[in-house]
Structure formats: structure tokens, C-alpha cells
Design a protein around this ligand. Sequence first.
Ligand SMILES: CC(C)(COP(=O)(O)OP(=O)(O)OC[C@H]1O[C@@H](n2cnc3c(N)ncnc32)[C@H](O)[C@@H]1OP(=O)(O)O)[C@@H](O)C(=O)NCCC(=O)NCCS
Length: 182
Amino acid sequence: MKNHEQVETDRLILRRPHSNDVQRIYDRYAHDPEVTRWLAWPRHESLEDTRGFLAFCDLEWQRGPVGPYLIESRAGGRLLGSTGLSFETPYRAMTGYVLAKDAWGNGFATESLRAIVEIARRTNVVRLAALCHEMNTASWRVLEKCGFAREGVLRRHSEFPNWKPGEPWNVLCYSLVVNEPT
Ligand SMILES: CC(C)(COP(=O)(O)OP(=O)(O)OC[C@H]1O[C@@H](n2cnc3c(N)ncnc32)[C@H](O)[C@@H]1OP(=O)(O)O)[C@@H](O)C(=O)NCCC(=O)NCCS
């Protein structure tokens, strides 16, 4: 078992995904058109897509100090969504988050991002960044509540395959300096 495979907050458990999570991930958020509208990955159309995500999670956990996490409610263990850290270099990582629709509006994304920032701090990340569509207000509000600074607009940077596929769109770039290099 690696360090930080499971982390708890007041209301949430963030944990490494397992192969037996496939059906719940698909049912709770990965197949939902509204939930996946502003995401960079295509909505899952079958359990095979979700198995592909879980294989990717394993590779990420082998490649970096940590990787993707599932977010569960501490009260009852319900799957709420996912988040994680993706390492571009040992000091630079990206993050993101997605929650099932019935979990929106409770501050869970903010609570989960604060936990991710703490994991980033413990794994020696210096720069933690996130990208989001400028119309995704809930997402950039979460980043701002967690102290991320808006660095600017990356013009024609990212595709949103569940919204308007085949065309790159402007995205907001946010970052947080987690550890100052010594
Ligand atoms: C983005 C997402 C994770 C936010 O989750 P959440 O748990 O509802 O977020 P929080 O409750 O922690 O915070 C959301 C903030 O945005 C605000 N907000 C939400 N919708 C808003 C809107 N349409 N306009 C303005 N503010 C909005 C909330 O009021 C809250 O701010 P506040 O605490 O100052 O009131 C969730 O909506 C989601 O999973 N969306 C689909 C996937 C997605 O877009 N992921 C991000 C990709 S970059």
C-alpha cells in the first residue's frame, strides 16, 4: 500500500479507486450528460469505458506518488465523485473534480479540493494547477475559495467532447503555489 491511498476530511473519504468500483462510477457520474458537460474526457457510454478509466487510475498510481481518488461520503459510504492529482513533473501537478449531481451545492468540492491541496503539500508539489471552461462558474468558484489564483485565459486550449466536440475552446487557468522551493 502506498502513502495517502486514503484520506479523510470532516465529511468525506478520498481513496484510491478499485476494480470493483466500476458500476458505481458509471451509474453515479461518468454516464451523466449534465455532470460531464464541462469535462475534458468523453462521457462513458459503457462499463468498458469505465474499466478503461480504472486501468488509467492504476497506471497513474504506479507512475506518481499518488493519483486519482474517488470521493465518498463518510456518512454511509455513498460514492460522490472523483478528483486527484496528475503529476507533470515531480514538482508540478494538475487537479480536477467531478461530483454526482445529487452531491452538488453542499461544499463537497471545496472540502475535497482542500484535502487535495494538503496531499499535494505532503508529496512535495510546488505548483498545483487546474483548468476550466469560463462558463463553469461553480468550478472556478471552488478554486478561488481554496486560494487558487486566476493566471489568465489559455486561448483555444481544450476540447469539451461532451459539449461541442472537435473544437478547442478558451479555458481559465488557475494555480496555487503549495510549497515554496527552498
Ligand atoms: C463543479 C462542481 C465540482 C462543484 O461542486 P460543489 O460541491 O457543488 O461545489 P461547492 O459547493 O464546494 O462550491 C461551489 C461554489 O460555486 C457557487 N456556484 C455554483 N453554481 C454557480 C453558478 N451557476 N453561478 C455562480 N456561482 C455558482 C456556489 O454557490 C459555491 O460558492 P459559495 O460557497 O461561495 O456559495 C460540481 O458542480 C460538478 O461536479 N460539476 C460537474 C463536473 C465539473 O464541471 N467539474 C469541474 C471541471 S473543471
